[in-house]
Design a binder for this molecule. Structure first.
Ligand SMILES: Nc1ncnc2c1ncn2[C@@H]1O[C@H](COP(=O)(O)OP(=O)(O)OP(=O)(O)O)[C@@H](O)[C@H]1O
Ligand SMILES: [Mg+2]
Length: 477
């Protein structure tokens, strides 16, 4: 039986044909198109579960197709294919409502994974008992916000459960699925893993998942925060010391490397470690051996090393703040966790799970988010990532205790972010938007100075003549 019906639009014929064959071989019904405009007619005539489209194509491009399926209340789920060069456009496509993007060149297996998860998502949305075709996806998404939120996500989670063994790490996005796969691949090896990503994306959670799913799980996981401890203290924390090694060393103490023997050591915030200590760590990684401070005996340990940082180590290496040799030693298996704003599909699942948990812990009964509040939560950029989202939910559960979380309940910075985006109709194109923005800046300055150009120029830190030239060019008089 077919798993679903897919429409593919790709102007490179060889890719189109190969992908079509591959997906047909994986039980999908596939309609391939070389041109956007033909795809548009097909979309109008048929029902598709999934649209996969290239972004840059002559005439009707991928963004237009995504926009079309979004606007016309068709239930089709959009996935875009793009090269590194147009990642920005891919993100615009996500904002328009695309489910996910895949970066070219991709492995066919990867795109299959994305399609399978899009199909799961589709089925989940269809579990709604609403007349077919009457509601847009965005409305359905908003339905998450109502009290059914919890129920729907329970269904979702149970259907995905056996696929992901790491139950405390939530995520249905393609980005997170890749991470689950990676975790699975590395758990039972002894490979050093470097986990990177912005603050609050879940690096520590991933480190724990690796340890607790590995054969070392019965032995300790020792976490060392290399950023928080001053250098000399960190050294004795890691390596331990012999009695009398320095004033105050009244007895021998074991370091974390020794305590972690047979288990795992997690070096968190490794990017903040001093160059001096980096050399010493390098030796432990190479030889699994070290001496306690003030000690002569070499101690051998059997440890697995995991490390994490929210800094970009490549940059630190270039700046000379991080040793290149250590970087290569750590970066055996890199796991990069994308920021939450690049995997918005995970937001509903995280919200419902944190809501459930906060309700339970606080003995509260908050049902969900109002439509408008949900809209804001879906579109906010979360500089603090999952941690920030979790804090917003917790704070609201504690303050509200029951009912729905409304827009007014959300932190002010969330509505501000929305108001900033609201007037941005990206369909207008870059040039027009920039021109509009320039006009609004000048108009505001003139308003504040009651039309006095020299004063306005002053505020804006422009020459008066430059301001007048700009106004002429922008047709402002
Ligand atoms: N995918 C996820 N599913 C569920 N909870 C998550 C997920 N990602 C992060 N969290 C939660 O978000 C919070 C922050 O995660 P964690 O401490 O692992 O982030 P981090 O990347 O180590 O952050 P930092 O760089 O600030 O140390 C934790 O409460 C964690 O449980
Ligand atoms: Mg952390």
């Amino acid at each position: 039986m077919e798993k679903g019906r897919i429409i593919i639009v790709e102007d490179e014929e060889s890719i189109l044909m190969m992908l079509t064959e591959f997906l047909r071989g994986n039980d999908y019904l596939v309609d391939p198109f070389l041109e956007g405009k033909d795809a548009l007619s097909a979309l109008k005539a048929n029902n598709y579960h999934v649209l996969i489209t290239d972004l840059t194509m002559p005439k009707v491009d991928g963004l237009q197709l995504i926009n079309y399926i979004q606007k016309e209340y068709i239930d089709t789920i959009g996935i875009v294919m793009t090269g590194y060069g147009s990642l920005e456009t891919a993100i615009s496509a996500m904002r328009l409502g695309a489910f996910d993007y895949v970066l070219k060149p991709f492995k066919f297996e990867d795109i299959l994974l994305t399609i399978d998860s899009a199909m799961n998502y589709y089925k989940m949305l269809k579990n709604e008992t609403i007349p077919k075709g009457l509601m847009s996806k965005s409305n359905l998404l908003k339905r998450f916000s109502q009290s059914k939120l919890l129920l729907e996500n329970t269904i979702l989670r149970s259907s995905l459960k056996d696929k992901y063994k790491f139950e405390n790490i939530l995520g249905i996005s393609f980005g997170m699925q890749k991470i689950f796969e990676l975790i699975e691949k590395v758990t039972d090896t002894n490979a050093t893993v470097l986990i990177t990503g912005e603050s609050g994306v879940g690096k520590e959670l991933v480190a724990k998942a690796i340890h607790y799913n590995s054969s070392r799980r019965e032995n300790p996981l020792i976490v060392v925060n290399c950023g928080a401890i001053p250098e000399n203290l960190l050294e004795s924390e890691l390596f331990g010391f012999e009695k009398g090694a320095f004033t105050g060393a009244v007895s021998t103490r074991l370091g974390k490397f020794e305590i972690a023997n047979k288990g795992t050591i997690f070096l968190d915030e490794i990017g903040d470690m001093s160059l001096n200590l980096q050399v010493k760590i390098l030796r432990v990684l190479q030889e699994r051996a070290f001496e306690r401070i003030g000690g002569a005996k070499t101690i051998k340990v059997d440890i697995r090393v995991l490390a994490a940082t929210n800094r970009v180590l490549e940059h630190l290496v270039k700046e000379g703040a991080f040793r290149e040799d250590l970087y290569y030693r750590l970066n055996v298996v890199p796991i990069h966790i994308p920021p939450l704003r690049e995997r918005r599909q995970d937001i509903p699942l995280l919200l419902s799970s944190f809501l459930e948990e906060s309700n339970r812990l606080n003995d509260a009964d908050v049902k969900g988010f109002s439509e408008e509040a949900m809209d804001i939560m879906m579109n906010y950029d979360y500089p603090g990532n999952v941690r920030e989202l979790k804090n917003i939910v917790e704070r609201n559960v504690i303050l509200k205790r029951n009912g729905l979380i409304e827009v007014e309940d959300l932190p002010e910075k969330l509505w501000k972010a929305r108001d900033n985006h609201q007037h941005l109709d990206i369909q207008k194109g870059y040039e027009t938007l920039v021109t509009e923005f320039e006009k609004s800046i000048i108009a505001k300055a003139l308003q504040e100075t009651k039309g006095v150009k020299s004063k306005a120029a002053n505020i804006l830190n422009l020459n008066r003549t430059t301001l007048i030239e700009k106004m002429k060019r922008l047709g402002m008089d």
